[in-house]
Design a protein around this ligand. Sequence first.
Ligand code: XMP
Length: 322
Amino acid sequence: MIKIKEIKVKNMNVQKFISDKVWDIQKAVGAGLAINALSGGVDSSVVTALGHKALGRRLKTYFINNGIMREGEPAKVAATFKKLGIQVEVLDSSNAFFAALKGITDPEEKREAITQTFYKNVFGKLVVKSKAKYLLQGTILTDVDETVAGIKRQHNVFEQLGIDPQEAFGYKILEPLIELRKDGVRKVGRGLGLPESIFNRIPFPGPALAARVIGEVTPAKIALVRKATAITESALKGTKAFQYMAILHEDRVTGIRNNKRVFGNQIEIRCWNSLDARVAQPTRISFDILESIAAKITKEMPEVVSVTYNITSKPTSTIEAV
Ligand code: XMP
């Protein structure tokens, strides 16, 4: 296994890092084509900007709409990059992902279904069609650490697990951010001229809202957690919290609607203080804010009768629910 040398933010010369990586990408790809998938998260956004700086239009960027993204996300991300002069093609592959997730309740199997659908069925096929020999990917050192340690199977780590992408998928992977942690990636994003709304975004997991649905992931459950997420993010974006989210529980509980007892859904809110996501503590949000989130969710979502707040640290909790 290759040991990756970490570049710490305090030792980092951002402009030199950018020009070194631009050169590395140009050297590897030569006169050929490269391709990448943009999710709108910090890592893939920074890789997209870096790749375009190196290759211009010889890097083809796709936004794969897997159907489990946040509200309005595909259009918002494509518009942000268009403003930067970077063309992003949005592809709707929701059906493939929901088909792969059908009937699966085990958390790791859900993650695996998303990974396989993305790399083999959807993006893998695009890469083959595009004739690109290189895939640019925003893997960071934390992804590698967590996967190797068995804490989490990150969707984008292969070589460190002994998987040869060339053999498994038919293309080579370039990972220009692999020596960095999140703070370093944000600095590079700023250095590349990305808007703060992108490089300072709160983290969002690769398996997207599927990481926030307990049990089987269906279009209807995603619609519920998506709505609760929009309400929660809008209420908490003013806090300086590291990350915040809404989770849809599988268990339902009795509640009251229109003076009738109904069996309804439960949403759990989590809001975290953390530096690097390795450990985290629940944020001591004011009760007023919590109550207003509960009121808004139960008002705007007739299916939900109960909203709770997580008060457990990581560990034993994880930040996401799946
Ligand atoms: P957990 O839930 O393991 O999450 O405490 C730690 C941090 O990682 C994010 N996360 C992911 N990010 N791909 C990613 O790019 C993933 O598969 C993934 N799973 C979790 C999570 O949002 C948190 O910031």
